[in-house]
Design a protein around this ligand. Structure first.
Ligand code: PMP
Length: 326
């Protein structure tokens, strides 16, 4: 018999799927690393499990402990699945711009969810960074995950996602394109791929309202770049330690409107029912058209599933209210 001994053993080994219509104007082959096949429907299952295993191994996480994290939802889902199998409790701190679906899903897998305001400085005591850190000092036998600065985040992608992409493309991958939030995905995958072939180009997708692109180009952390935006999961108002700028060749920024519209187009034209950062990633990839030639094999990673966005990008009333469609 062939079966997984628990749900965690089904993490990884996701398919690589060709994108056809949306990329018809590009000269190259475009392949999507389709991460929604993970059990929590996002790539974050990989790093959640690695972060927990590493914390168990060095004693930061003890039996019966409580896992505390500031998460936009997907990391929380991955942590919650692992916590259920391994016997931990979870408290997740979210900002109020995250979709209601994400909060409901986390509660469905037994987590306690604390909601904080989005439009406050990271150092403000009400911010989700500050609240998670405070809870970690108050709740007994707890462990604060800190996916932004936790090296096990990028390590998970270095050990699994990167090698999978290399093997699935028979080493023919020439470009890797992906949205950047904590930086774990781009840094782990990018490092692995560049170790195999230093000519591979790594492109990050950023949002308007985030600091990454300007910082990468100038070395300046420019607070004028920071303002509220709608796209979920990518862009930051801090520089997480997991973003390894040295392995990133460039960033391109995608507007909230384009990200939302292309999320709908992926579903309607490719049958790919995905989250908002996938729309940003494919639109960003199209913006990079001039960098691709005929023999290139471009891999774009799609982080999460469309079900988490049915009240937003897949709701035409919401799209009209935002001015994204007529
Ligand atoms: N897309 C979504 C939907 C996410 O939840 C995240 C994680 N914040 C990302 C993209 C970015 O991935 P990473 O944190 O590895 O940079």
């Amino acid at each position: 018999m062939k079966y997984a001994k628990n749900i965690l053993e089904t993490i990884g080994n996701t398919p690589l799927v060709q994108i056809n219509k949306l990329t018809a104007d590009l000269p190259c082959l475009v392949l999507a690393k389709y991460e929604t096949f993970n059990p929590g429907n996002s790539t974050k299952d990989r790093m959640a499990l690695t972060m927990i295993e590493d914390a168990e191994a060095d004693g930061r996480l003890k039996p019966g402990g409580t896992i505390i994290e500031g998460t936009s939802g997907n990391t929380g889902m991955g942590l919650a699945l692992a916590a259920i199998v391994k016997g931990y409790k979870c408290i997740f701190v979210l900002s109020d711009k995250q979709s209601k679906e994400k909060m409901d899903i986390l509660r469905a897998v037994g987590a306690e969810v604390v909601v904080c305001p989005t439009d406050v400085e990271p150092t403000d005591p009400r911010s989700y960074y500050s609240v998670s850190k405070r809870l970690a000092t108050e709740v007994p036998n707890s462990w604060y995950v800190n996916q932004y600065d936790n090296p096990s985040n990028a390590k998970a992608h270095y050990q699994s996602t990167g090698p999978e992409i290399w093997e699935q493309t028979d080493g023919k991958v020439t470009h890797f394109v992906v949205g950047v939030g904590t930086g774990g995905t781009i840094s782990g995958v990018g490092k692995y791929l560049k170790e195999q072939n230093p000519n591979i180009k790594v492109w990050g997708i950023d949002t308007y309202g985030s600091v990454f692109k300007k910082y990468h180009e100038t070395g300046i952390f420019d607070e004028k770049e920071i303002y509220p935006y709608v796209t979920e999961g990518i862009g930051e108002d801090i520089l997480p330690e997991n973003v390894d700028f040295s392995i990133i060749d460039g960033f391109t920024k995608v507007t909230d409107k384009d990200a939302a519209v292309y999320t709908q187009l992926l579903a309607k034209q490719e049958g790919m029912f995905l989250g908002n950062s996938a729309g940003a990633a494919i639109k960003g990839l199209l913006q990079l058209k001039e960098h691709f030639t005929k023999d290139d094999v471009v891999v774009v990673l799609f982080h999460d599933h469309g079900s988490r966005y049915v009240g937003k990008m897949f709701n035409d009333d919401w799209m009209k209210k935002m001015g994204y469609i007529d």
